[in-house]
Design a protein around this ligand. Structure first.
Ligand SMILES: Cc1cc2nc3c(=O)[nH]c(=O)nc-3n(C[C@H](O)[C@H](O)[C@H](O)COP(=O)(O)OP(=O)(O)OC[C@H]3O[C@@H](n4cnc5c(N)ncnc54)[C@H](O)[C@@H]3O)c2cc1C
Length: 380
């Protein structure tokens, strides 16, 4: 390895680790810093829904990025399993999305244009697909291509995969700030942590909800902010629901072993406070029991919360930090960092190896005007 790595990555959540793995596989030397254990923040907390997609026909860059993830997750999961022996639990379980008339008018044309398989279900068909369901508001649409992954297992696999392809992992090392190195041509900046400096040819910021601190200090505030999401985990002795149930911004994600995740709130007002509140937990349990009455007797296993990296328009920032040759960013993935992680890592790797990117990165530029009213094919 060179005296300093080709790329230093600040933040080892799903975005930082997936980028590290892809970059290392492309032949770059990579070092990843995390102030704690890897993958224990938003990426651990997420529900792991992977909506369907078709990159060739996706209408917008964000839909394309999501569709790349949808297409590549099965193969990527298999690759991780072969390399690490860890099964991330990826499952194309299908999903049912409940839409009111206005929502259907927004998203159905997007699904049709993208060639996403879906079917409007009659109440009878819904009952035969998911007999445990009660009456749910909205029309049910079956999405056979919807998948899920078990986040903690996926993160664990990513950590081991990174080690196997030679990524240097530095847990429990908080990058406090950075400074210019006027006496050095390359690198032009260095990172500082607990009195130590760290240099690399290029830097990639993937610090999730904590990214704004760095963007501010680079003179490029972007409006990244934490948006707390709470989740409740229930367990039944056997699986009583098989598909992901999407109800607006709430959802039920049934695992194969009888666990059911109920999510999730959106609480920007909680700022950086990770906690569960009685009100939110009661609301989520109420939703679960109204949707699947048999869950009333399920075991309440635990609840947790995570801090999503929100952005002013809900879209991520991916690309070079304007005004800096060797600073790059991949952050602000809000509700969709798990499904967008593969496309993001692909795009970052293409950018850093001088190849055309799989999506036009202008849509994700740090200095863009926030997109207003852009519609995405999925809400979860
Ligand atoms: C409740 C909930 C449900 C979700 N459900 C889904 C879903 O179903 N599907 C989906 O696609 N997405 C989902 N998401 C969104 C997804 O989890 C996030 O978009 C994604 O995890 C963001 O990944 P990240 O790597 O950017 O951030 P994080 O996972 O937060 O990682 C950032 C890392 O940076 C580190 N860090 C911060 N500051 C520093 C520093 N100064 N020095 C060193 N390291 C630092 C942190 O320790 C952390 O490990 C959900 C999120 C939540 C909270």
């Amino acid at each position: 390895m060179a005296k300093h790595p080709d790329v230093a990555i600040i933040g080892g959540g799903i975005i930082g680790l997936t980028c590290a793995y892809f970059l290392a596989k492309a032949g770059l030397s990579v070092e990843v810093f995390d102030r704690g254990d890897f993958g224990k923040e938003a990426s651990w907390a997420g529900a792991g829904i992977i909506p369907p997609g078709n990159p060739a026909a996706a209408a917008t860059p964000i839909d394309r990025l999501r569709a790349i993830g949808s297409m590549r997750y099965p193969g990527f999961s298999e690759e991780l399993r072969e390399l690490t022996g860890i099964d991330n639990g990826y499952l194309r379980c299908g999903g049912i999305e409940f839409l009111d008339a206005e929502e259907a008018a927004d998203v159905l044309p997007l699904w049709e244009n993208e060639g996403i398989a879906f079917e409007k279900l009659s109440r009878g068909a819904l009952r035969s697909f998911e007999p445990a369901l009660a009456e749910v508001a909205g029309e049910p649409y079956l999405l056979p291509g919807c998948g899920q992954v078990r986040n903690p297992r996926h993160l664990q696999a990513l950590v081991v995969a990174c080690e196997k392809v030679g990524v240097t992992l530095r847990p429990n090392l908080r990058i406090e700030t950075w400074r210019r190195c006027p006496d050095l041509n390359n690198p032009a900046i260095e990172l500082l942590s607990a009195g130590t400096t760290h240099q690399a040819d290029r830097y990639l910021l993937t610090a999730g909800a904590w990214s704004e601190l760095f963007l501010n200090s680079f003179g490029r505030p972007a409006g990244i902010h934490p948006v707390r999401g709470q989740i409740v985990l229930l367990k039944t002795p056997t699986r009583i629901v098989t598909r992901v149930l999407m109800l607006g911004k709430r959802y039920l994600v049934p695992r194969l072993d009888g666990h059911v995740l109920i999510g999730s709130t959106e609480e920007p007002e909680a700022f950086f406070e990770k906690a569960n509140t009685a009100e939110a937990v009661a609301e989520l349990i109420g939703l679960a029991v109204r949707t699947v009455p048999a869950l009333a007797s399920a075991e309440l296993v635990k609840c947790w919360s995570g801090l999503r990296p929100g952005s002013p328009d809900g879209l991520p920032f991916i690309g070079r930090v304007p005004g800096w040759d060797n600073l790059f960013v991949a952050t602000g993935h809000f509700r969709a960092g798990v499904q967008l992680s593969v496309g993001t890592a692909q795009a970052i790797t293409e950018l850093l190896t001088g190849k055309p990117t799989c999506v036009p990165l202008e849509a994700f530029a740090v200095d863009r005007q926030p997109h207003s009213g852009s519609k995405s094919a999925f809400r979860s």
